[in-house]
Design a protein around this ligand. Structure first.
Ligand code: SAM
Length: 199
């Protein structure tokens, strides 16, 4: 489906990649720390890193449960020779996976909010206080099926000291959002479960 450019998932991917590019373009010189939860095949980040001049400044950890997907990410990492990108086959809902990588400059929560209950979306947004550094960005996605939760999700971010940078409005199938953290990040609390993935 990603390979059909007209499919919703491919259009969503392009939007996410546009926001990742914007974060990299606007990052101060020096290391850029990124975490990706439920990374899938990692196409959002890896395809951007393939030709981005800041690729070697990125230190990332991508956590994905399905070993077929994580080995696909690892292949992209190896092909690009980006050995500072770490691929973890594991449960991204457990905070322990983000030790030493939090708070990050960029947190990717893509393909998650449509697969967890609302309470878990709120919990994930709250945990971004630990995952995301001050002035860091969270990029997230959500489908727009009724009831459209995108306005609520924006409200939850904004109640938690995240400023809206950009939310896609034109696509009827999905939203991609980018929110910047203006609060003070908190130390990572280990052993916390953030969400239960429903499907
Ligand atoms: C909808 S896909 C999204 C993939 C990618 N982030 C994207 O936006 O294209 C959801 C991914 O989450 C993975 N997944 C589900 N539960 C997970 C968990 N608890 N920890 C890590 N990955 C999980 C699935 O294997 C799947 O690859």
């Amino acid at each position: 489906m990603y390979d059909d450019p007209s499919s919703p998932i491919a259009r969503r991917l392009k939007n996410v990649q546009g926001q990742i590019r914007a974060v990299l373009n606007n990052s101060a010189p020096g290391p850029i720390r990124i975490v990706s939860l439920c990374a899938g095949q990692g196409r959002d980040l890896m395809e951007v890193l393939a030709d981005h001049p800041r690729a070697r400044d990125v230190r990332a950890r991508l956590v994905e449960l399905d070993p077929r997907n994580s080995s696909s990410i690892q292949k992209q990492v190896d092909d690009l020779g980006l050995d500072q990108i770490e691929v973890v086959t594991g449960d991204a809902s457990i905070t322990d996976h983000f030790v030493e990588m939090s708070p990050a400059n960029l947190v990717l929560l893509c393909g998650i909010f449509g697969n967890i209950v609302d309470e878990d979306i709120k919990r994930a947004i709250n945990v971004c206080w630990q995952l995301c550094q001050t002035r860091g960005t969270v990029i997230w996605t959500r489908h727009r099926r009724a009831p459209d939760m995108v306005p609520e999700i924006c409200k939850w971010f904004e109640q938690c000291d995240f400023e809206r940078i950009w939310v896609s409005v034109s696509d009827p199938d999905f939203a991609v959002g980018a929110h910047r953290f203006s609060g003070r990040s908190q130390p990572l609390v280990l052993g916390e479960k953030i969400f239960d993935f429903l499907r």
